[in-house]
Design a protein around this ligand. Structure first.
Ligand code: CAA
Length: 285
């Protein structure tokens, strides 16, 4: 099984921001999807987010089928064993190596021998995650961007032992989900976060050091470089805890040029994680 057309069922581990987005685009592409999280309330919340996203897309004619038809292809579960039949599983659990290695060891034990196991990790080593399995050749990075239903790109990350045919499959599978891809070696932060995190942290430092107001830093970067969001609003959008985790991994691996900004650390310590908690660099209703 190396062709996306041979895939019938897609497994997704995690129903959070990335997991439910990945489940949604896979179901929209016609696959049956099983989405698993550890608590049924997380699964339910993910399914609700999918419903509202599909409604938004349907309202502007961006999907060919009724939302209910697409939604009907997604089953929620709290039991990882329900992913046993998945031809490809995308893991989007928390960004903690120990958690991911546990999930991959469990998936390895229950999935078919030829199933592909992909991880949505944004900064952790694919090779280290794959090391928890007996099939490191069939483990690959599929790094989606947030919000998944809207963003057009997916980063394919190649681990030390990833088979060339699995890399090819990863590109083709992302293409079948309506995404465009680029490829990165398994090096800290891959392409996107290696370049994005210093940009965000420098925006936070500029704010903390009084270079300009919060709004003018974002406005300056939006108008000055034609990006949709400035660094502070993008940090809130991604989640400050996610930004801090990614920054700390890069700092650990690549040294002081990746040190997280002080104000980022303080806001995460205060529980102000951006949009998802209603407070970050901006306030949200
Ligand atoms: N589902 C469906 N539609 C959605 C949606 C969702 N979850 N989120 C936004 N949309 C749609 C809206 O309905 C809207 O559609 P129309 O233009 O047709 O009305 C469109 O997307 C734009 O949304 P909004 O009008 O609400 O707001 P916006 O114009 O500011 O766009 C945005 C929002 C798409 C998020 C845009 O600001 C953007 O592209 N920002 C940058 C996002 C980015 O850089 N993401 C990558 C982060 S890095 C990452 O994810 C990797 C990592 O490892 C950290």
């Amino acid at each position: 099984m190396y062709e996306p057309a041979d895939v019938e069922t897609v497994g997704v581990v995690g129903a959070g921001t990335m997991g439910h987005g990945i489940a949604q685009v896979a179901a929209t592409a016609g696959y049956d999807v099983t989405m698993r999280d550890i608590e049924s309330e997380y699964v339910d919340r993910g399914l609700e987010e999918i419903d509202s996203s599909l409604e938004r897309l349907a309202a502007k004619g961006a999907i060919d089928e009724e939302p209910a038809t697409i939604r009907g292809r997604i089953a929620g579960t709290t039991d990882l064993a329900d992913l046993a039949d998945a031809d490809v599983t995308v893991e989007a659990a928390v960004e903690e190596m120990a958690v991911k290695r546990d999930v991959f060891a469990d998936l390895d034990a229950l999935a078919d021998d030829d199933a592909v196991l992909a991880t949505n990790t944004s900064t952790l080593s694919i090779t280290e995650i794959a090391g928890a399995t007996d099939r490191p050749d069939r483990v690959v990075g599929l790094h989606f961007m947030n919000p998944v239903p809207v963003m057009e790109g997916v980063e394919v990350v190649v681990g030390e032992h990833t088979d060339g045919a699995v890399v090819e499959f990863a590109h083709a599978f992302a293409d079948a989900l309506g995404k465009e891809t680029w490829e990165s070696d398994d090096k800290p932060g891959f392409v996107t976060n290696r370049v994005l995190m210093p940009w965000i942290n420098e925006g936070i430092r500029a704010y903390d050091e009084g270079v300009a107001t919060r709004d003018d830093i974002d406005r300056g970067m939006r108008l000055g470089t034609n990006v949709p969001m400035g660094p502070l609003e993008l940090a809130d959008h991604i989640g400050l805890d996610v930004v801090l985790d990614a920054s700390e991994t890069l700092h650990e691996e690549l040294g002081d040029r990746y040190k997280p900004a002080y104000l980022l650390t303080r806001k995460v310590a205060a529980g102000d994680l951006g949009k998802k908690t209603g407070e970050g660099f901006y306030g949200y209703e």
